[in-house]
Design a protein around this ligand. Sequence first.
Ligand SMILES: *[C@@H]1O[C@H](CO)[C@@H](O)[C@H](O)[C@H]1NC(C)=O
Ligand SMILES: *[C@@H]1O[C@H](CO)[C@@H](O)[C@H](O)[C@H]1NC(C)=O
Length: 311
Amino acid sequence: MTILATSCVLCFVFLTQPLILFHEWCIHNSIVSRNLREIVEEIFTKGSTTSRPVNPTNIEYIHKPLHVCDLHNGPEYLLVLVKSDASNIARRLSIRHTWGNISHPHIKVIYLLGYVSVVQNMIDLESFTFKDILQGHFIDIYDNNIYKTAMAYQYAVNNCINTQFLFFVDDDFFINILKINQYLETLTTTLKSKLFKGHIIKNAKPKRNKSSKWYLTKEEYPCDYFPNYPAGGAILMSMTIAKLLKTAFPYVKFIRIDDVYLGIVAMKLNINLQHDERFDFSYTPPMHLKKCLHRMAMKTIDRFWQSGISF
Ligand SMILES: *[C@@H]1O[C@H](CO)[C@@H](O)[C@H](O)[C@H]1NC(C)=O
Ligand SMILES: *[C@@H]1O[C@H](CO)[C@@H](O)[C@H](O)[C@H]1NC(C)=O
């Protein structure tokens, strides 16, 4: 009887644990050969590495924001990076007019765009007018999202040395930035530097069906599971974490799904992902707009704003 019970327990342990460990093992062994932490440490201490990058190490910009990181430097500085399709001009106007219109001296909002030829004249004008556009030299399509993400980290880490926190968000989210800033102020110094928060997706599998937007071949991603990763819509992190990730990016082959990619790099660097349900796009606060984040149709944003709801 005891033997049976013991073997059942063992059975249970073996059946549940190895599944997880095996896919972590797969990711560790198939994505980059060398220890990524060593590479990053080598770059941090010596300024370079003997390892060869597998991705472009420099993404060129068409437009850069002006006076975003060079003015208003401060210890609590928060940079909000809004991922937006170049064609979504109306959405950006709406954000600038509502939740992105922040007069706090230590908070800035910029917009991350790729290139779309038919709207480029308008983007030039938009950039000239608002000076808050970071546009990369790549076509703005879903498959290039990874370049948009890499560009954002590159720009922030290279240019915004006094920035302490980065908040990545899609242009269809409604954010209360001041609440996020208040939340950041409650964190201890240690928690601040380790901050990497979002809606964490666990045990997701790659889509192997060619008709899926998220289709990945075995060559692109050989493992059967994804590591835990932060859903791309809203991610809050410290500059310390952003620097680690940005330094590692050139040595971990890009995959098209940028949030999964972050999960892979984070796992290889042993960075802890912190789950927070408020970062989920379907999160509905118990009280309207009282919590950090809320997503709603863009049309309603202006209405909410104009109806005078204050935070
Ligand atoms: C932002 O808010 C200020 C007042 O706080 C207002 O004067 C300005 O017009 C607003 N900007 C936009 C783009 O709505
Ligand atoms: C792939 O997706 C398409 C459309 O959603 C579906 O019709 C097809 O059956 C799927 N194929 C497989 C192998 O699941």
